[in-house]
Design a binder for this molecule. Structure first.
Ligand code: CAP
Ligand code: MG
Length: 413
């Protein structure tokens, strides 16, 4: 019989195997606790240890212990053997690596910063169906960023008013109309009416302007309800659904991903509530890890912020986007979405910071244009095309009155 104790989970000589899931944490140990003691407790509690020394028959014991194998200041590396994890279950993975340890008294705070995912875990997940290829497989964006808009006010517009705003934006040069996060199926704007009327308007606009357009309809709901809505989107000829991935939960996202594959629908991931996990730099789960999880679960777009240019706090948008675009055991890359307080006057800086393989999403920055939504959409498209051509926004505004008015209103910061 052997006793498994907290100290058994620390080995600073251990080199993680390529098959391990390697997690990096920021840890602030509790008073009176060394970093080594705190790190070994984290590895223990998140794998197969507990607070009491256990007496287990070694012959019966599979070696599933995680190893706290690196300490660098407040950064701690923990390597988890892949056999600890059920194939293809994001909830099970998170119950280990971001579970009880978030509340352990051994740490004053702990933040899961980054994961290196081994092939054996990644292979259990579908990844995106389309990813960045939506720009040209489902839309006609060419080399420029995909452009999206969300009607404002967030809620309260009737179905026909909402559709009119969408139509004006599409005609002005926007590719994607998007629902806001708190618009789902309320009495003032019921889901199926909005879906049917928006897609009918989309078809009219496509016909007139000769560019593919689509609608990111918010299917967010209880999981079975969401599946019904996904089926409706397919029936009505939509190409995308939008899911609020944090509020729905990852198992729901996995279920919807399967149903979307049946219909060939792409998934736009909104991330309301992410800041409850990632806003502070010392506790919770980073946006980088949230984006990684979303990619494994198979979303095609995810909001990752505006590199500090908009109205919301952001965490390392360029670094997260680089991960979403980069290689991960053959998964499709995800299209990052920049959103939150954007307007035409910041598009050049946004593209400088994040490149062109992104979606630019603006609500107030289009509908708040002094000449209305159609002019606002034109201004965003003008600013995008000027930035791609290397023409300054001010110079382009001399040729385009919509952009000139937008710059007068909001400035070219
Ligand atoms: C943007 C937005 C988006 C946020 C999401 C809003 O509207 O519709 O939900 O940008 O944030 O409700 O605020 P505006 P993030 O363009 O009018 O600001 O992308 O950071 O997850
Ligand atoms: Mg919103």
């Amino acid at each position: 019989m052997t006793g498994i104790e907290y100290d058994d989970f620390l080995d600073l000589e251990y080199e993680p195997a390529s098959t391990d899931l390697v997690c990096t944490f920021t840890i602030d140990p509790a008073t009176d606790m060394s970093m080594e003691a705190a790190a070994s407790r984290v590895a223990s509690e998140s794998s197969n240890g507990t607070w009491a020394a256990l007496h287990v028959d070694e012959a019966e014991l599979t070696d599933l212990g995680a190893v706290a194998c690196g300490i660098d200041g407040s950064r701690v590396t923990v390597a988890y053997p892949a056999d600890l994890f059920e194939t293809g279950s994001m909830p099970q993975i998170l119950s280990c690596i971001a579970g009880n340890i978030m509340g352990m008294k051994a740490v004053d705070s702990i933040r899961l910063e980054d994961c290196t995912w081994p092939a054996s875990i990644v292979d259990g997940f579908p990844g995106p169906q389309f990813g960045t290829s939506v720009a040209n497989e489902l839309l006609d964006a060419g080399e420029r960023p995909v452009l999206a808009t969300v009607p404002k006010p967030k809620v309260g517009l009737s179905t026909s008013a909402h559709v009119d705003v969408g139509e004006a934006a599409w005609r002005g040069g926007i590719d994607l109309l998007k629902d806001d996060e708190n618009l789902t199926d309320q009495a003032f704007n019921p889901f199926e009416d909005r879906l049917a009327e928006s897609l009918a308007a989309r078809d009219r606009v496509q016909e007139d302007v000769g560019e593919r357009k689509d609608y990111l309809v918010n299917v967010t709901a209880e999981t079975n309800k969401m599946l019904e809505r996904v089926d409706l989107v397919a029936e009505h000829g939509g190409g995308f659904v939008m899911i609020d991935v944090i509020t729905c939960g990852w198992s729901a996202v996995q279920t919807v991903r399967e149903r979307c594959a049946d219909h060939g629908l792409a998934i736009h991931a909104h991330r309301a509530m992410h800041a409850a996990f990632d806003r502070t730099d010392h506790h919770g789960v980073s946006m980088r890890v949230i984006a990684q999880i979303a990619r494994l679960c198979g979303v095609d777009h995810i909001h990752t912020g505006t590199a500090g240019l908009g109205k919301l706090e952001n965490e390392d948008t360029p670094g997260i986007n680089a991960w979403l675009h980069g290689e991960c055991h053959g998964l499709q890359p995800v299209l990052p979405v920049a959103s939150g307080g954007l307007h035409p006057g910041v598009v050049d800086q946004l593209i400088d910071a994040l490149g062109t393989d992104i979606c630019i999403q603006a609500g107030g920055g289009i509908h708040g244009h002094p000449d209305g939504t159609h002019a606002g959409a034109k201004a965003l498209r003008q600013a995008t095309e000027a930035s791609l051509e290397g023409v300054s926004l001010e110079a382009d505004a001399e040729e385009h009155e919509e952009l000139a008015t937008a710059l007068e209103k909001w400035g070219a910061e």
